[in-house]
Write a protein that binds this ligand. Structure first.
Ligand code: NAP
Ligand code: ZN
Length: 350
């Protein structure tokens, strides 16, 4: 076993504290990563505060990990010491189910091993549940480690490991591209990367935000239109407008209002994961053959494809770099939608 510094929370209403954790010894297929940057995703907050009701404490969140390979196991072939690499939301899966064999391991029927808060045996992670990237080092099997292209700084690449692929995957799956009208609800961590990627794919992008306060940024990121959802006129003006709507909001929205913005055969995809159920009027869906769908992150292969795409198009996250002792304050600001547009922890401050 080796030790690493980390920031952990030990109760739903607790504060982050510096702790020492153990990481497993390198197995033949393992990669040891010196973590340089870790993004703060809203899912970290849902988990640290036990909003989904299934948190194992102590909890070390963090699934937007960027760093450098420090050592490799004896049979590792995909990565070498010194490589710039990333780890996203998953660190393992069964490898043999229909989803894994189809390169969709995020939908592993046995349940993928998430980067933090998944029960595992103590040989995989001392303590019995995975501990994430708010930490100086992590050990991950080579198949779940991706390359970060030289063209992207590690700090602005970190958020792509979750936010980037969570938007890239549905944009590709539902065919966003030239001639498609795409709306993104919520321009936070996920949403702002989604605007950039959808625009780079050639779609016509509209942002639907609480207010117009981030309008200038939205246009800079590539949106052609920007509307405030606090204004009911928005819903009248945009009725039946979009082919695809991606909902990144971390709170419950009146879904019928947004579904009515879909064109014939349009799809609204749920990405935000508030803890409470959502309700929909059947007539809203049936009326225009609309579809309501969901999407969970993206596969490892698609994460690599997304990083290569972002490097090619000069896309990184807009970040605010913080030190490790600022995590609590950053969480409060994310919940208040006061983030431009992703907090990233500088792991050197641990
Ligand atoms: P975030 O940075 O907090 O962004 C969420 C945005 O939603 C906010 O910036 C805000 O945008 C809008 N919003 C927040 N509260 C709202 C409210 N009460 N009413 C209307 N709009 C509101 O969070 P994030 O990191 O992007 O994550 C968003 C959600 O996606 C979280 O629930 C997270 O758990 C989930 N998630 C899902 C996946 C997946 O695989 N499906 C992956 C990662 C994260 P405006 O200010 O522009 O309105
Ligand atoms: Zn995330």
């Amino acid at each position: 076993m080796r030790t690493a510094a980390a920031y952990a929370v030990s109760a739903p209403n607790g504060s982050f504290e510096k702790v020492t954790i153990e990481r497993r010894d390198l197995g033949p297929r393992d990669v040891l990563i010196d973590i340089k940057y870790a993004g703060i995703c809203h899912s970290d907050i849902h988990t640290a505060r036990n909003e989904w009701g299934a948190t194992n404490y102590p909890c070390v969140p963090g699934h937007e990990i960027a760093g450098v390979v420090a050592a490799v196991g004896s049979t590792v072939s995909r990565h070498q010491v010194g490589d710039r690499v990333g780890v996203g939301c998953m660190v393992n899966s069964c490898g043999v189910c229909v989803a894994c064999l189809a390169d969709e391991e995020q939908y592993c029927t046995a349940g993928a091993t998430m980067t933090y808060n998944t029960a595992v045996d103590a040989a995989a992670q001392p303590g019995g549940h995975t501990l994430g990237g708010y930490s100086t080092q992590v050990v991950v099997t080579e198949d779940f480690v991706v390359r970060i292209p030289d063209g992207i700084g590690l700090d602005i690449a970190a958020p792509l490991l979750c936010a980037g692929v969570t938007l890239y995957s549905p944009l590709r799956h539902w065919g966003a591209g030239p001639g498609k009208k795409v709306a993104i609800i919520g321009m936070g961590g996920l949403g702002h990367v989604g605007v950039k990627i959808a625009a780079a794919l050639g779609a016509e992008v509209t942002v639907l935000s609480h207010s117009l306060s981030k309008q200038d940024d939205g246009k800079l990121f590539g949106a052609s239109s920007y509307y405030a959802t606090s204004d009911q006129q928005t819903f009248r003006e945009l009725r039946s407008r979009f082919d695809l709507i991606l909902n990144t909001v971390s709170a419950n929205l009146p879904l019928d209002d947004y579904l009515r913005l879909l064109n014939l055969d349009g799809t609204l995809v749920i990405l935000g994961l508030p803890e409470n159920p959502l309700s929909v009027r059947p007539f809203t869906l049936a009326g225009y053959r609309r579809a309501l769908a969901g999407s969970m992150i993206g596969s490892i292969a698609q994460t690599q494809e997304m990083l290569d795409f972002c490097a090619e198009h000069g896309i990184g996250a807009e970040i605010e770099l913080i030190s490790a002792d600022e995590i609590d304050g950053a969480y409060d600001r994310v919940v208040a939608s006061d983030v431009r547009y992703r907090f990233v922890i500088d792991v050197a401050t641990m």
